[in-house]
Ligand binder design. Structure first.
Ligand code: ATP
Ligand code: MG
Length: 566
């Protein structure tokens, strides 16, 4: 489990209340045992983080256990790469399944035996209808189902055919095993669901041992039962599957986990469907599953998110019984709160404009003191070089500024952070384009920060870097991957791809202070007046960091809240 100080507090919610009641009644001998059951057919996303925090969080709170179990029943879509990545992501969120890493494929023998038991009880049969026919016969919510002509095969015939399915005598799709329940049920899941299908395909974990594979609905509940899970927490779309899971458990007469459904996380400007995320990866709309614009755990990790911010977010959104969409600005707010306390502040110029201090000695370099985080004096200070040639931000100068512009302009003064007050004396321009190329300024030697001259006040304070000392680096700015709050909201005949934001990535050549030269992959900083940035773990080279903007400083969530509170 996570350290006590890192643990997720699951705030009161209906699932927690059910567990408390169960414990009071002495159900499950006072045990609480949950699991996080991903299918290894893609990378985990922030929606899965909600489920992970809930399952591991509840187990932690009630001194129970939480398993990690891969529901690996579909060899066509599942890969070893996903199994590895999912474990890395859960660990990164700082949850620990200890020695309880399981796979549904561990239970294939048991599931096969149980299928035979159901056949012997007359509760399962081999069907020769093909997939289309099965769909056709199933009917709809308004149309009753129709029984398959093979539904009443004898137990002996079913046993024989099922064994031969397993032995590889039939081709893909030629036969299936179905539960014999009720073709007139109001719940379509109960109309003789398929339990096994024939798939001549090797399994990523157990090779070509099997050519029949259990369907998810047959494997999932039984896997929970085998592991002694007490509370099977899942998302709302499985509510209609619960009667089927209960039916299997009853017919097999085995331990009955209690399924509880909650609303899945949905976020504005974000898609949380592995199928659609896979499409973005396969069609190269993004640079892999860990592209910093992806809502995957590996993407937001690369972007610079912290595990603490994600856990805080999952705590704040709570757990409900009906679907809703959460503002992505809340996630960003949690991140800023966390990074504000932990990320050292440094100076970086994203779009440089050269400044020459004409009254500063050409060969002089001063080492100025700069605090690393005013929120936390324990983070100490560092030295930053100051000299005659500097860079400031292009947007911090205007030749003809409007009234409330307090940055640099001809004849105006500003303070350079941690340094001196300077005054703009002359503007140099490109004769052809008219573009400003350089500023000549004077500095006031009596105004050095940290000295008594610090008291002289001017309205604007700018960040800067020393031109000969700065490190030129690639800085990558990100915006939402989708233009619209609901990426699926598209005109008829189009799909979510038409909502892709063409400006979601902007690559700049910036200048950062020299202390960042050896910043290592994953290190996070606040670039003063810009936002939070993280050293990219893919494009950075030793001595040549590349920075991802994690999130800007502007906090639209705080504004939303302020407006709500009047
Ligand atoms: P997707 O629809 O993206 O493919 P999934 O539900 O099929 O997701 P699984 O690997 O089966 O993905 O999910 C593992 C667990 O995570 C399940 O218990 C599932 O209910 C939960 N989960 C998946 N997506 C979300 C979400 N958006 N919010 C909360 N929990 C989720
Ligand atoms: Mg699923």
């Amino acid at each position: 489990m996570v350290d006590a100080d890192k643990k997720v507090n699951v705030p009161p919610n209906f699932i927690r209340n059910i567990i408390i009641e169960d414990l009071e009644r002495g159900k499950n001998e006072g045990r609480v045992h949950t699991r996080f059951p991903p299918e290894p057919n893609g990378y985990l996303h922030i929606g899965h983080a909600k489920s992970i925090c809930l399952n591991f969080g509840l187990a932690h709170e009630f001194e129970g256990l939480c398993n990690l179990r891969f529901d690996d029943t579909n060899p066509l879509k599942e890969e070893e790469e996903y199994i590895r990545a999912i474990q890395e992501d859960v660990r990164w969120l700082e949850f620990d399944w200890e020695d309880r890493l399981f796979f549904a494929s561990d239970y294939f023998d048991q599931l096969y035996e149980w299928a035979i038991l159901l056949i012997k009880k007359g509760k399962a049969y081999v069907d020769d209808l093909n997939a289309d026919e099965i769909r056709e016969y199933r009917g709809t919510l308004t149309k009753p189902g129709k029984e398959s002509p093979y539904r009443n095969r004898s137990v002996e015939e079913n046993l024989d055919l099922f064994e031969r399915m397993k032995a590889g005598e039939f081709k893909n799709g030629e036969k299936v095993l179905r539960a014999k329940i009720d073709m007139n049920s109001g719940n379509l899941n109960m109309r003789d669901p398929v339990m096994y299908r024939i798939l001549h395909a090797p399994h990523p974990r157990i090779g070509d041992e099997w050519c029949i594979y259990p369907m998810y609905d047959w494997a999932h509940g039984q896997s929970d039962s085998i592991e002694g899970i007490t509370h099977s927490i899942c998302t709302l779309e499985f509510e209609d599957h619960r009667p089927l899971y209960d039916w299997f458990i009853r017919e097999l007469d085995v331990h009955a986990p209690q399924q509880i459904e909650f609303a899945r996380l949905d976020l504005t400007y974000t898609l949380l469907s592995k199928r659609k995320l896979l499409k973005l990866v396969q069609d190269k709309h993004v640079d892999g599953w860990d592209d910093p614009r992806m809502p995957t755990i590996s993407g937001i990790r690369r972007r610079g998110y912290t595990p603490a911010a994600i856990r805080d977010f999952c705590e704040r959104i709570g757990v409900a019984k009906s679907n809703s969409v959460v503002e992505i600005s809340l996630l960003e707010h949690c991140l800023r709160e966390n990074l504000n306390k932990t990320a050292p502040r440094v100076m970086a110029v994203l779009r440089p404009l050269k400044v020459v201090l004409t009254n500063y000695p050409a060969d002089q370099v001063e080492e100025l003191d700069a605090e690393n985080n005013p929120e936390d004096p324990a983070m100490g200070k560092r030295k930053i070089p100051f000299c005659r040639e500097l860079y400031i931000e292009q947007s911090d100068f205007m030749e003809d500024p409007p009234k409330k512009y307090f940055r640099l302009a001809p004849g105006r003064e500003v303070r350079l952070k941690h340094a001196y007050i300077i005054k703009c004396e002359k503007v140099l321009k490109d004769p052809q384009s008219g573009e400003v190329t350089e500023l000549h300024c004077s500095f006031d030697p009596d105004t050095r920060s940290g000295s008594s001259g610090e008291d002289r006040k001017v309205k604007g304070t700018l960040h800067w870097v020393s031109a000969p000392h700065a490190i030129q680096t690639e800085i990558r700015l990100y915006d939402h991957l989708f233009k619209s709050p609901d990426p699926n909201d598209v005109p008829e005949g189009e799909d979510f791809l038409s909502n892709l934001n063409p400006d979601s990535l902007e690559i700049l050549n910036g200048m950062v202070e020299p202390s960042l030269q050896n910043a290592e992959s994953g290190m996070r900083f606040q670039f003063l007046r810009h936002g939070y940035f993280c050293v990219d773990n893919k494009f950075s080279r030793p001595g040549k960091p590349v920075f991802n903007r994690t999130v800007s400083l502007r906090d639209s969530w705080a504004r939303i809240q302020k407006n709500q509170n009047g």
